[in-house]
Design a protein. Structure first.
Length: 260
């Protein structure tokens, strides 16, 4: 798994390359990226997962640089945006759907986040995804806590949002405290904080790295069995461990705030 900043990750599992919420640009409206990233890490993507239609998650210019032959999963009501950009295999999904791609099964989950609207779509409901094969990865998208988090099944790696891009975090998001509560419900082997420190309006706010560090420090006390990895954009985390205990050892038993 390679984190490319914000909610964008490239996940290679069982011969399938999956990309979540592709956003690569240096600027999206008033938001500016702290540092650039090389999107060639996700060249040849087989599947693109879009969690919701907010502009910092469904960015059409970023999607334009991916293979139009990739399969795209997008919340019901937003498929037309992708079809008009030339994507040939677009599937509109809702919580509870299952999609098989090669040896991987992708289960669509609920996300506790505000419904989205934008030009070219109707009202759409945000979703998350559990990607399951020889390992399982939970991509939460944008969400707050919800009851079903405790019923996701075995999760080897959880990608959990821990912040936003502004000084205030509205309802429908996880902050470090609630993200740690999510760990207690999901009980993943490994967790990586996302949706923090990548984009900010004009100037990067002070303490932009604080949410991820706070999350890791709190998790060490509240959920010590979870190996928390704090990555920088472009850094990777392996999925090739063999069991729960060996996985913690292989990925590093000590918590990291900048190395992988």
């Amino acid at each position: 798994m390679t984190w490319l900043g914000h909610s964008c990750a490239g996940i290679r599992l069982d011969g399938v390359l999956i990309v979540t919420d592709p956003v690569f640009r240096q600027r999206i409206f008033h938001l500016r990226r702290k540092s650039g990233v090389d999107p060639t890490a996700v060249d040849g993507a087989d599947v693109i997962l879009v969690s919701h239609v907010h502009y910092d998650h469904l960015d059409l210019p970023s999607l334009d640089r991916l293979d139009p032959g990739a399969q795209v999963l997008v919340p019901a009501g937003a498929g037309g945006l992708l079809r008009r950009r030339g994507f040939r295999f677009v599937r509109e999904v809702a919580a509870g759907d299952d999609v098989d791609v090669g040896a991987v099964r992708i289960r669509v989950t609920h996300a506790e986040h505000s419904p989205g609207r934008r030009v070219g779509t109707g009202k759409t409901l945000p979703v998350g995804y559990v990607i399951a094969g020889t390992r399982s990865v939970y991509f939460a998208g944008d969400t707050d806590l919800f009851d079903g988090m405790g019923g996701l099944g075995t999760v080897h790696l959880a990608l959990l949002p821990v912040a936003g891009w502004g000084p205030r975090l509205p309802a429908g998001h996880l902050d470090p405290v609630r993200a740690v509560q999510a760990l207690e419900l999901i009980r993943p082997h490994v967790a990586i904080p996302i949706h923090w420190g990548t984009y900010a309006p004009w100037r990067r706010p002070r303490g932009a790295e604080g949410p991820a560090t706070t999350f890791a420090e709190m998790a060490a006390t509240v959920a010590p069995a979870v190996d928390v990895r704090v990555l920088r954009p472009g850094q990777s985390c392996p999925l090739d461990y063999r069991s729960t205990q060996e996985g913690v050892s292989a990925l590093g038993a000590t918590r990291s705030t900048g190395t992988s």
